[in-house]
Design a protein around this ligand. Structure first.
Ligand code: GLV
Length: 308
């Protein structure tokens, strides 16, 4: 059973060591030392190597080392190859931390206070209790749900929107295109945690921003492709939006002169919301490999039609 890793050198060594210690029956190879490509049954990678099916004729499972799988054009993969996204508890923790940090910063008016400090002003802004602060999450998969569970502890007024109907205790859930305006109208803080698919590309646009209450704020923790960057700039300029926290961009890494870089109403971070840590992801990957070896369904298998 050969598993090939195509990841950065530092993480590759950790993966290899974990397998050597805890699953020595699995033959782990590290890119570019592929050996005989016909041996490779499993490939773990962030980006799909070109010509994957010609190169690895016996590939059975492609394990994404990321939570999102939009970087793979799954239509180019043979139907026999299963694509599995990474359900690493470390990613969940990272996203929950980032979202909580961002929501609390916005809730407690940190951007305004930072600005005031720069201007040498000492001035109290009106305090809004958490139960009056409406926080909405777009995307109710494992990440969106974990964020909502954490935010519940602060007592925020929570809602969620997803493609298919979900029921979450303590969260006003909305589903589908028709329910989007009602959801948006009740979001002071909007968090995007959607998967990037043809349906959700560019969803954070002028029309969506116009549907938010005036002065709302945005946190984009999804993908750069969700956001129409020029529309965000316009919404901030017009006062429709007050602030944005952005962790992902259309083009990464961002150029030094990207308009978000020095924008006073945008806090930009370089795609650090969460990243897969071999230490926490190992058990998830191994459990899936064992399921596959036993002929059982794996967790996190991507539905090619839906794209996530
Ligand atoms: C990171 O963005 C991921 O998808 O894991």
């Amino acid at each position: 059973m050969t598993l090939l890793f195509n990841v950065d050198t530092e993480r590759a060594d950790t993966w290899q060591q974990l397998f050597a210690e805890q699953a020595p029956d699995i033959d782990v190879r590290l890119w570019p030392d592929i050996g005989d490509p016909a041996d490779v049954r499993y490939l773990a990678t962030w980006l799909p190597p070109e010509g994957i099916h010609e190169r690895f004729p016996n590939l059975e499972v492609l394990f994404a080392t990321s939570a999102g799988v939009d970087q793979f054009d799954t239509r180019l993969l043979p139907a026999s190859v299963q694509v599995v996204r990474m359900l690493d508890p470390g990613i969940v923790r990272g996203i929950v931390e980032y979202a909580t940090m961002a929501v609390l910063a916005l809730h407690r008016d940190l951007p305004s206070y930072v600005q005031q400090q720069r201007e040498g002003r000492w001035q109290e802004l009106p305090y809004v209790p958490a139960h009056q602060r409406r926080v909405g999450v777009m995307g109710l998969g494992n990440l969106g749900q974990a964020v909502l569970r954490q935010l519940q502890g602060f007592g925020f007024a929570l809602s969620g929107w997803s493609r298919s109907a979900k029921t979450l205790a303590g969260v006003q859930c909305h589903a589908g295109e028709a329910a989007l305006p009602g959801f948006l109208a009740a979001c002071d803080i909007l968090i995007c945690l959607l998967p990037l698919t043809p349906d959700t590309r560019g969803i954070l646009d002028a029309r969506l921003f116009a549907g938010l209450p005036r002065g709302a704020s945005l946190i984009n923790l999804g993908r750069g492709g969700h956001l129409v960057e020029a529309d965000l700039l316009a919404a901030l300029d017009s006062g429709q939006l007050q602030q944005a926290l952005v962790d992902v961009l259309q083009e990464e890494p961002a150029a030094a002169d990207h308009p978000f870089m020095r924008h006073p109403q945008i806090w930009l971070t370089p795609h650090i919301g969460a990243s897969t840590l071999p230490e926490s992801a190992f058990e998830v990957l191994l459990a899936n490999l064992r399921r596959h070896q036993r002929g059982e369904p794996m967790q996190g298998v991507v539905d090619r039609q839906r794209g996530y």
